[in-house]
Design a protein around this ligand. Structure first.
Ligand SMILES: NC(=O)c1ccc[n+]([C@@H]2O[C@H](COP(=O)([O-])OP(=O)(O)OC[C@H]3O[C@@H](n4cnc5c(N)ncnc54)[C@H](O)[C@@H]3O)[C@@H](O)[C@H]2O)c1
Length: 311
């Protein structure tokens, strides 16, 4: 079985590839390396450097004839989306339509799309299930939800088997600590580098899911008969200040953070209901927050050590 992954060199993509290779799939990665890194791609994966909207993208489908497609490539920054909604739309909505059309044209058995909890906006109730109303509060959320709608309509009109996975806050090794989303990698890396950590209020909660659990969700969803929209989350909440305290314990570095007011528009509480994924493709969360944090801290500590040795 051959799986084509877009965004394979990114944080989540690189873990999905490892999961698929472990289960003996053939894997082809397509990435333009705008936020991903070639070093993230392990041995055994065939690599193409290409943009989603490049007219030559079709040649990869012709050459590879993939059985499945996992579409992860995206403009994943809320801030970039607010500064450049056109670029965000081109990548996340138009790019997705392109991959979706090619998937149908080349008879892909299933098309899986990475969406986000961001589409729900401010929760009306908790935990947020897949029937919760949509209230996009950024162009990122809007472009992801537009892409979802194209996939839903196209799947009905043209008979494409598809799954939309809405991820909560994903964390783990290889998350870009320069980005805005990875509060865990930001905290760990700033502490390890002896830099001050800012906490914006700290009482807000998030639903953190370890990246290896997300990778297994992608594999199981792909292999199942499941169709439609699924939350992929831990279905538990952790406060940001509580998270900071856990990380200081793990790193053994205990500096007093800089407390700042909560940022405008920031959601106070977030928990996503994950029962639909559990019921429909028998996915289960394998990593507790503590286990995930242990692995992530170990990864960044070793990374820093090896960089220092090289110096
Ligand atoms: N990280 C999270 O917490 C989170 C939460 C919800 C949803 N998601 C979604 O999961 C997916 C993966 O996110 P991530 O955190 O791994 O981000 P990432 O930025 O690490 O990975 C995205 C990858 O896509 C590639 N890419 C971007 N634009 C491209 C284009 N036009 N053509 C080809 N490749 C392109 C990048 O180079 C990168 O390798 C995204 O769709 C994101 O919206 C992530």
């Amino acid at each position: 079985m051959k799986v084509l992954i877009t965004g394979g060199a990114g944080f989540i993509g690189s873990h999905v590839i490892e999961e698929l290779l472990e289960y003996e799939f053939q894997v082809v990665s397509v990435d333009n390396y705008v936020t991903g890194f070639k070093e993230n791609l392990c041995e055994g994966v065939k690599k193409y450097e290409m943009d989603l909207n490049d007219p030559k993208f079709e040649s990869i489908f012709i050459e590879e004839q993939p059985d499945y497609v996992i579409h992860l490539a995206a403009q994943a920054s809320v801030m970039v989306s607010m500064n450049d909604p056109y670029f965000d739309f081109l990548t996340n909505t138009v790019g997705t339509i392109n991959v979706m059309l090619l998937s149908k044209k080349y008879n892909v058995r299933k098309f899986l799309f990475a969406s986000s909890a961001a589409v729900y906006g401010e929760p009306e109730y908790l935990p947020i299930d897949e029937n919760h109303s949509i209230n996009s509060q950024s162009f990122y959320a809007l472009s992801k939800h537009s892409a979802e709608n194209y996939i839903k309509h196209y799947s009905v009109f043209n008979g494409l088997d598809s799954c939309i996975l809405r991820f909560s806050n994903v964390y783990g090794p290889r998350q870009n600590e320069m980005g805005e989303a990875g509060v865990i990698s930001i905290f760990i890396n700033r502490l390890l580098a002896d830099k001050e950590v800012s906490i914006y209020d700290g009482s807000q909660t998030r639903d953190f899911i370890y990246v290896k659990d997300v990778a297994s969700a992608c594999r199981l969803a792909l292999m199942s008969e499941a169709k439609g929209v699924f939350n992929i989350s831990s279905c538990s909440e952790t406060g940001i200040e509580e998270l900071y305290n856990k990380i200081t314990e793990l790193t053994g570095i205990n500096t007093i953070p800089l407390y700042e007011p909560r940022r405008l528009g920031e959601i106070v509480q977030s928990i996503l209901d994950n029962r639909r994924a559990i019921n429909e493709f028998d996915w289960h969360v394998q990593y507790s927050l503590q286990e995930g944090l242990n692995e992530t801290t170990r990864f960044y500590t070793n990374k820093r050590l090896s960089v220092n040795v090289e110096k």
